[in-house]
Design a protein around this ligand. Sequence first.
Ligand code: GUN
Length: 295
Amino acid sequence: MSGQKIDGRAYAQTLRGRVAQAVEGLPAQPALAVVLVGDDPASEVYVANKAKFTVETGMRSLKHALPADTDEETLIRLVRTLNEDPEVDGILVQLPLPKGLNSDRVIAEIDPDKDVDGLTEVSAGRLSLGKAGLRPCTPVGCVMLAKEQLGDLSGKHCVVLGRSILVGKPAALLFLEQNCTVTIAHSRTKDLADVCRQADILVPAVGRPQMVQADWIKPGACVIDVGINSVPSIKHPGKMRLVGDVNYLPSKKVAGSITPVPGGVGPMTIACLLRNTVLAACMRRGWEMPSILDF
Ligand code: GUN
């Protein structure tokens, strides 16, 4: 017996289709502003993909590219201008920023109602208080994939491995919002393998290649692997390949379902960003939320 592979690419495509359908029904086209500082090649690829899918789903993509030596005041001035622009629904500042720029200070300037990354303190506060707001994209993608696989998550034991601000903490709160019993495990957790083995839903998000072994997984569990780690390829010497935080092939034999890396959680992040852009537009402009985007 082998667990089912959860096809994040296919689910992300379906979600983008739902976003496009939602956009068609809106009174005007939402716009997403993406700010890229410097010329980091990986960031350029991410930003290009975000722009492509924004346009593909019928929204406007506004790119602001600034040189690597941009000073913090200039960047903050741009964010403030975007905050004030009634045409802009979502603002995303691509991370990491070049050395010398304090990302916390820059993110703090984003209007929480346009914070499609869900990274501001206000967005984090709204999430922890259970109030309406924009939620971080990758954790939302994790919950969507788990629900797609298991249906109602009420009463399931979800173990989130990792406590980062970007993924671990918000993922734990989002699974709690789904009425899961949630454990956050981390580097200081005792008997980590035993804790993971109790999970109906295991969400490793630590950035340690293939740390989670097959015998850490409860038979039949749903495994949502958030890790994206680049490691030297054995098959192709001199090349790198991507692996998750889970030792995939042996774990797939034990799990009920499991996300691959690549092709699992990764593609969900941009799809959830597009969804957030629609939600931000609806909230700020007083439009009805399209129920097609519920999960
Ligand atoms: N860099 C890599 N992923 C992300 C993301 O989801 N949001 C932002 N702002 N920067 C990133």
